[in-house]
Design a protein around this ligand. Structure first.
Ligand code: ZN
Length: 314
């Protein structure tokens, strides 16, 4: 059975790291997260950030129902008639993030209860992992993936509750988030390349980013900035966000996105992982093999929101 453990006084970091290890042990992941990963490091002399390109072919299986059943990740005896479906989802799929659906579809998945930003969440091991200790943190309720003040407060709270060891990622609806009907975050202990970006060097990064530092008024500053960007074109403007730390102070990276420009021709989807400098390839080995600094720059240029002015000279 899917188990939702009781809230305990055990530190959240320990609970998550132990859960990740247990879920690997029980076979609830695709591929081998402890094995070597084919990786290319691409140094950008302009931003002085070294991008990380990785070949993660197990990701291609995450939508393959037969493969997931064969691997023991998806319950072959699930009762489809009891699964909740959002009527706005044109695919007709059940909501992959509703806890009640997870209990039916993924009986071996363990959900760790978390209280953050005034909301109840459940952290579940991402079986199509992108990093070590990669959890999808899902809102207990089926509510839309919409940015508001409570989202950044929950991200900062999660980061603080793990003593800064877990990075927290938010993808805007239709700008990286492929399930826009159920609010969710991602967390991992792996550092992102954009964390190398030196203060006041935002303009040298190849995709529009603003970096906010805390802790004073951090949530308010970020919320005001994101609300302004999304309000300028509510239909298309979204953000990706990353919460990390530097010198024990929280940092929030806000990446400006436009829902019309979320795929790069020789990369595919460009979501929160990608804009943070970690480019994941899972379908086209030829694109991964050919990827170099020019390819990375081209991918970022292709997703640049048209409303952002060209980079001014420094
Ligand atoms: Zn849902």
């Amino acid at each position: 059975m899917t188990s939702i453990g009781p809230a305990t006084s055990e530190p959240l970091t320990r609970r998550l790291v132990d859960t990740w290890a247990e879920q690997i042990e029980s076979g609830f992941v695709l591929g081998d997260p402890s094995g070597p990963i084919e990786t290319k490091l691409v140094a950008d002399p302009v931003s002085e950030v070294t991008f990380r390109l990785r070949w993660l072919p197990h990701r291609a299986l995450r939508t393959d129902t037969a493969a997931l059943e064969r691997e023991g990740l998806l319950n072959p005896h699930r009762d489809e008639t009891v699964l909740y479906r959002d009527s706005r989802d044109p695919s007709g799929h059940h909501c992959f993030l509703c806890p009640a659906n997870i209990r039916v579809c993924h009986p071996v998945e363990e959900l760790v209860p978390v209280r953050a930003g005034g909301r109840n969440w459940l952290a579940g091991t991402n079986f199509a992992w992108l990093a070590r200790n990669h959890f999808t943190v899902i809102a207990e309720e089926h509510v839309d993936q919409v940015f508001d003040r409570t989202v950044i407060e929950a991200m900062l709270d999660l980061h603080a509750q793990t003593d800064g060891s877990f990075r927290v990622v938010y993808n805007g609806a239709h700008a990286g988030a492929t399930i826009p009907w159920h609010l969710h975050l991602h967390i991992t202990t792996d550092a992102f390349p954009v964390e190398q970006l030196r203060p006041d060097r935002e303009l040298d990064y190849p995709t529009p980013v603003r970096v906010f530092t805390g802790p004073e008024s951090l949530g308010t500053k970020v919320a005001d900035y994101v609300t302004d960007w999304e309000g300028r074109d509510p239909e298309h403007h979204r953000v990706n966000m990353l919460v990390a730390s530097r010198n024990d102070r929280p940092l929030v990276f806000v990446f400006l996105r436009d829902t019309r420009f979320t795929r790069a021709s020789k990369k595919g989807p460009m979501a929160g992982w990608e804009v943070a400098g970690d480019l994941v390839y899972s379908h086209r080995p030829d694109h991964f093999a050919a990827a170099d600094l020019d390819a990375v720059r081209t991918a970022f240029a292709e997703i640049r929101p048209p409303a952002v002015d060209p980079k001014p000279p420094r």
